[in-house]
Structure formats: structure tokens, C-alpha cells
Design a protein. Structure first.
Length: 277
């Protein structure tokens, strides 16, 4: 029995495998505020999403659509400059297809970044949060359907999605750079509407510290494939109901841009340290 999800993935891989400038060790997904991170690296190769047959393309402003290959502090990295989201109308298997493709390219580590709303009252706009765990049950699992046996097991263990050693690397990097680093649980909701005050309260009751519209599903897919996963959220605003200010994408972008220099330093230093693992 053929599996269209697996066939699509392998077709995408067939279209890029001869264009890879090197075998990456790490895959980095650039969230809001880090969109130009790849532009500042010594780029060794670029593959535009439009040039990959059947590949999903991001429709969100500020998200370029391409894979960028570069060495970051000596570590070979493939960067996803522009992710796709479930709220854009793609099936969940398409949302995580890029993660699976980067694994096939050779990436062993997935470094996730995002912009998120702060649910924890101790957080402030501009904080960074190391993701220790996540709540992903509000969006469809990317593992639903016929299992992709070539990628991972039918019933994947999710007891430790975020790798303890990689988390320690990020903690050390933040401490040495004197960057304030919160730690918490990330909740993924579907979007694209921002959360209501009661939904934010629900996330807090469930143990969430930050909420967003991406990331958790990608972590599930990566963990299923045996990748080591880590992630940082940029807290761009306090979530709905925690302030009297209405939420807007402009506010998210403004905060992301303001703290981007620190975010870039933290990501670069962390990746450099991961190269020796």
C-alpha cells in the first residue's frame, strides 16, 4: 500500500539531494524576528521553496520561503527561512514536511524558534523562554494516519521531547552572554486569531507559560524521527487579557525586531556549542 505523505516527502528529497552544499548537522527554523538571521551568515547555498515540487510555501508577511545553508560558528546548518503554519490551510503533514525533509538532508538536531505570547505573569515582552515541554493536543498530531515506518515508530514516546543536554547548552550560552532566560511550557493553538482571555487562562491552568501558533507540531514530528530537539520562544507580548492593549501582528514584529540582536547572539552561541556534542 502506497503512502502519499511518504511519497511526497521522498519526491521533495529527490529534488534537493543533489543541490545540497553539505550535510547539515543542525536544522534551524527561524521564527518572527529572526527572518534576516540567515542573510547575515556566510551563505553557502540556497534552495527556494518554489523550486521544490509540491513543497508548501509560507504566506505570512516577513517569512521568506527558502532553505539557507551556512556554517554557524563552525557548525554546518540548514536554516528554514520562513515556516508554514496550520492556520494557512495546509494539512498538518505539509506543515511538518520541511522538518522531515531537513532530517533526510542529514540534520541530527532541530533548533526551533518562535514569537509567542506570554501566559506566565512573571514574563515581560522581550523575554526569551527556553522550551522545557509543550502542550500540542489542541492541533492535529502530524502522526495521525498511516505510520511512516521509514521515519519512526507507530507509537512514539514523547516523555522527553526537548533534549536535556541541548537545553543545558542554551542555559550556559545565555548565562555567559548575560541574557535573561526564562524556562517554561509552550502551548500551540491553531490561530490565526489571537487567543481570548479565557483561552489564555485555560493555557495557564494547564501549566502553559507561553502560547503560539507553531513549533509544537514540528517538535512532535522531529522527535518521532529521532532528532534531538531544543527551542526558544521570544515573548513578544503578554497574552490577551493580561494587559488592556489589543493584540496586533505589528506589536509582535516590533518586539521581535527590538530584541533580535540578543536573540541572534544566543542562537549563534548555542549552535556553536552544540557542534561539539
Amino acid at each position: 500500500m502506497t503512502n502519499p505523505v511518504y511519497e511526497k516527502l521522498m519526491n521533495c528529497y529527490a529534488s534537493v539531494k543533489d543541490r545540497l552544499p553539505f550535510r547539515p548537522k543542525a536544522a534551524l527554523i527561524l521564527g518572527s524576528g529572526l527572518g534576516d538571521y540567515a542573510d547575515q551568515a556566510e551563505v553557502e547555498g540556497v534552495i527556494d521553496y518554489h523550486d521544490i515540487e509540491g513543497f508548501p510555501v509560507s504566506t505570512v508577511a516577513g517569512h521568506k520561503g527558502r532553505f539557507v545553508f551556512a556554517h554557524i560558528n563552525g557548525v554546518p546548518v540548514v536554516m528554514m527561512q520562513g515556516r508554514v503554519h496550520y492556520y494557512e490551510g495546509y494539512p498538518m503533514t505539509d506543515v511538518v514536511l520541511p522538518v522531515r525533509l531537513m532530517k533526510l538532508m542529514g540534520a541530527e538536531i532541530l533548533f526551533l524558534t518562535n514569537a509567542a505570547g506570554g501566559v506566565n505573569h512573571d514574563y515581560a515582552a522581550g523575554d526569551f523562554m527556553l522550551i522545557r515541554d509543550q502542550i500540542a493536543c489542541f492541533v492535529p498530531s502530524p502522526l495521525i494516519g498511516q505510520n511512516l515506518d521509514g521515519l519512526g515508530p507507530r507509537f512514539a514516546d514523547m516523555s522527553q521531547i526537548y533534549d536535556n543536554t541541548l537545553c543545558d547548552v542554551i542555559r550556559t550560552a545565555a548565562r555567559e552572554l548575560d541574557i535573561r532566560l526564562q524556562e517554561g511550557v509552550y502551548v500551540q493553538l491553531t490561530g490565526p486569531a489571537y487567543e481570548t482571555p479565557q483561552e489564555v487562562k485555560m493555557c495557564r491552568i494547564l501549566g502553559g507559560d507561553a502560547v503560539g501558533m507553531s513549533t509544537a507540531c514540528e517538535a512532535v514530528a522531529a522527535n518521532h524521527m529521532g532528532m534531538r530537539v531544543c527551542g526558544i520562544s521570544c515573548i513578544t507580548n503578554l497574552a490577551c487579557g493580561m494587559t488592556k492593549t489589543p493584540l496586533s501582528h505589528e506589536e509582535v514584529q516590533e518586539t521581535s525586531d527590538r530584541v533580535a540582536p540578543l536573540f541572534k547572539k544566543l542562537v549563534s552561541e548555542s549552535i556553536g556549542r552544540m557542534g561539539i556534542l
